[in-house]
Design a protein around this ligand. Structure first.
Ligand code: HDD
Length: 717
């Protein structure tokens, strides 16, 4: 009975109807698909629940409504217990040259062969809806759909880890995530529980140095390295094993933001990283990394200063150079975020013939955990049937049934051995093609213990610190001071300082000074003498390894009506030539009329386009436009932040008053005046060093604590 609030459906032509609230709906017709229930029954009315009378109660008979609400109620699956917030993309891995002398892995057998790949990048600690620029380790997980099965390299953007043994992982993660009695802080390690745990776990010290460095606030997921972390094995056809550490080297080089910028980015665009990657792929600027191998044998492992099974240690590139063996290119965004990025199941134990594990106790524990977690998250044993998880090579086995079984074997035999013979008998094992575990010899009693060499917790932490530039060291000091500044318990703060004293006395004193600690505690007792002879490893520094150019980066130009059209064009041309992007910011999103009378669309209104979104800025108002901008508070932030974040700043002459207004002293080497067309190219050339760090060096040095140690009682876990 059509009532006054019920739109009348038509199946002939698309028609517009008004729903109860007056909203417009289009009914199906022509090539528009008909809305159906999950069962395929066409739906006549998706606006109104079935009720007894226009103002009467709802009827349980409305199976369409019940199905719709039932399904909605069950849309969520548990988020990942760690690495909940992530962003994935499809692509391929291309092999540079056959590596048959090192591994029988099929993926490395043929030069130029492309293997489909899916990569997911993530933060570790925050929940699914947390901001992208949290200070956090980034997950770097790659699924390679090889012709001999799926191989997952489930790594991070840091080559070491907080703990040596997987049995401590739940403690680490409990301590790092929000505190259980209050549910905050979210996506931050800047709280008591985390620092309490790590300060009672000295093996974390090396990782803490990385975590407090700019590595944990990358500018883009495209501009960070990836690491397999553990030592793995590659095994060739003769069964010879070579130890390997996996590295992903970003084509566009490495780059991070500064902390103050990260804080503001989280507010300006909490999706900054995912938007950046999405935009790059959509623009055809495909994110790319080279796969690097550090290959070494037993003899090197024996002679190395540290145990290669200890995930809190790395092997400096200067000691074992990286061999680049292929590239990963991400060239396709997902069709559906849930189906692909959310449901993808990475597992460290997914290796292929020719790749094998070592006895790293962290890795061994992971090999248990990842399968287990998928059952919880994806709800049954058939999660590999999901398209994102299914191998792309032929597969055949006798595993059957279970929830949501999509690939069901045909035929009578569902066991082996069987005597059905031929195709009827189903698949058979293949000693020749199959995965064979490297027959490493093992001996020793059953015990819960760690090798003696694992006990050196400070030497490589120190090596990392001394490998950083002065600017980076300053950022590390600031990060420690920020995080510990959020710690309420003074004993925890002191305990961290006592560890830092084993890393670098000046670092410890500076952090203590920033925390207002008047007297330094005694250094933490070190189980092994700290090595001060390890040389700096320049490869560990971001700023010592700048990319060759400014490609993949973005300049934000603040423009107004009357902005110089010729200069704008020159800037765009210079950036295009560099492979960089220009985005325009104007007083309103309606765009501007440039000096030549042309109307130019802009990307951001000033209030929504702060300078933190960009790698460098150009402030190019007309004289009249500058007067208008001077009245807008957002202009001051745009200018002052760009300056404080050490960005290169191009400017028109008219911009001068805006610098004055923002209290920015114009004139250091980070400013480039744009007057003639050629100035644009000069500005882009300056941008190649990414930031004008000298500006930061001009700031006054931090206060320091007294170097007279104060006694401190150490609590040990
Ligand atoms: Fe883990 C997810 C990386 C130690 C247990 N881990 C997860 C992801 C990455 C890493 C990138 C997200 C994968 C994705 O995008 O879906 N994890 C690491 C690295 C580690 C590490 C580099 C140390 C070197 N992890 C680690 C340990 C354990 C786990 C020691 C447990 C014993 N990790 C898990 C997990 C997760 C996970 C609980 C959560 C979601 C998932 O696996 O699929 O099983």
């Amino acid at each position: 009975m059509p009532g006054p609030r019920q739109p009348k459906p038509s199946h002939d032509e698309p028609q517009n109807h008004r729903g109860a609230g007056g909203e417009i709906h289009q009914t199906s017709g022509g090539d528009v698909p008909v809305l159906t229930t999950q069962q395929g029954m066409p739906v006549a009315d998706d606006q109104n629940i079935l009720r007894a009378g226009v103002r009467g109660p709802a009827l349980i008979e409305d199976s369409h409504f019940r199905e719709k609400i039932f399904h909605f109620d069950h849309e969520r699956i548990p988020e990942r217990v760690v690495h909940a917030r992530g962003f994935g993309a499809h692509g391929f891995f291309e092999t540079y040259e056959p590596l048959t002398e090192i591994t029988r892995a099929d993926i490395f057998a043929r030069k130029g062969e492309r293997t489909p790949a899916f990569a997911r990048f993530s933060t570790v600690v925050g929940n699914k809806g947390s901001p992208d620029l949290a200070r956090d380790v980034r997950g770097f997980a790659v699924k390679l759909y090889t012709q001999e099965g799926n191989w997952d390299i489930v790594g991070n953007n840091i080559p070491v880890f907080f703990i040596q043994d997987a049995i401590k992982f739940p403690d680490l993660i409990h301590a790092a995530k929000d505190e259980p009695d209050r549910g905050f802080p979210q996506a931050a390690t800047a709280h008591d529980n985390f620092w309490d745990f790590v300060s009672l776990t000295p093996e974390s010290t090396h990782m803490l140095m990385w975590a407090m460095s700019d590595r944990t606030i990358p500018r883009s997921l495209r501009f960070m390295e990836g690491f397999g972390v553990h030592t793995f094995r590659l095994v060739n056809a003769e069964g010879r094993s070579t130890f390997v550490k996996f590295h992903w080297k970003p084509k566009r080089g490495m780059q991070s933001v500064v902390w103050n910028e990260a804080v503001k980015l989280n507010g300006a665009d909490a999706d900054f990283h995912r938007r950046d990657m999405w935009a790059a792929i959509q623009a055809g600027d495909y994110p790319e990394w080279e796969l690097g191998l550090q290959l070494f044998d037993e003899a090197f492992a024996e002679s190395f200063d540290f145990d290669v099974l200890d995930a809190t240690k790395l092997i400096p590139e200067e000691l074992v150079p990286i061999r680049r063996v292929g590239r990963l290119v991400l060239d396709r965004v997902v069709d559906n975020f849930f189906a692909e990025t959310e449901q993808v199941a990475f597992m460290t134990q997914n290796v292929v013939p020719g790749v094998d594990f070592t006895n790293d106790p962290l890795l061994q524990g992971r090999n248990f955990s990842y399968l287990d977690t998928q059952l919880k998250r994806l709800g049954g044993p058939n999660f590999v049937h999901l398209p994102i998880n299914a191998p792309k090579c032929p597969f055949a086995h006798f595993q059957q049934d279970g929830h949501m079984a999509f690939h069901n074997p045909k035929g009578r035999a569902n066991y082996e051995p069987n005597s059905w013979g031929g195709a009827l008998g189903g698949p058979r094992e293949s000693p020749r093609r199959g995965f064979v575990t490297h027959p490493a010899e093992e001996a020793g009693g059953k015990l819960r213990a760690r090798p003696e060499a694992f006990a050196d917790h400070y030497s490589q932490a120190r090596q990392f610190y001394i490998s950083q530039t002065k600017v980076e060291q300053g950022h590390i000091r600031d990060a420690f001071a920020f995080e510990l500044g959020k710690v309420e318990n003074p004993a925890v703060r002191l305990r961290v300082i006592s560890h830092l004293l084993n890393v670098d006395a000046a670092l410890a004193a500076a952090v203590a000074g920033k925390l207002g600690i008047a007297r330094l505690p005694a250094a933490a007792e070190a189980a092994r003498v700290v090595r001060t002879d390890l040389p700096p490893s320049p490869a560990l520094s971001l700023l010592s390894n700048l990319p060759p150019d400014f490609s993949g980066r973005t300049v934000g130009a603040l423009v107004t009506d009357g902005s110089d059209a010729v200069l704008l064009k020159a800037l765009r041309t210079a950036l295009d030539a560099e492979g960089a992007t220009l985005e325009l910011v104007a007083p309103t999103i309606a765009g501007i009329v440039a000096s030549d009378g042309s109307t130019i669309a802009v990307h951001h209104a000033l209030v929504a386009g702060p300078s933190v979104l960009f790698d460098a800025v150009a402030i190019l108002p007309s004289a009249e436009g500058a007067t208008l901008l001077a009245l807008m508070p957002a202009t001051r932030d745009f200018v002052a932040d760009a300056f404080a974040h050490c960005k290169f700043i191009a400017h028109s002459d008219a911009a001068g008053m805006l610098f004055d207004k923002a209290g920015v002293p114009i004139g250091d080497g980070g400013f480039v005046a744009l007057r003639a067309k050629t100035d644009a190219a000069a500005f882009v050339a300056r941008c190649r060093t990414m930031r004008f760090w000298e500006r930061e060096a001009a700031l006054p040095p931090p206060p320091k604590a007294s170097t007279h140690p104060a006694p401190l009682r150490q609590k040990r876990g």
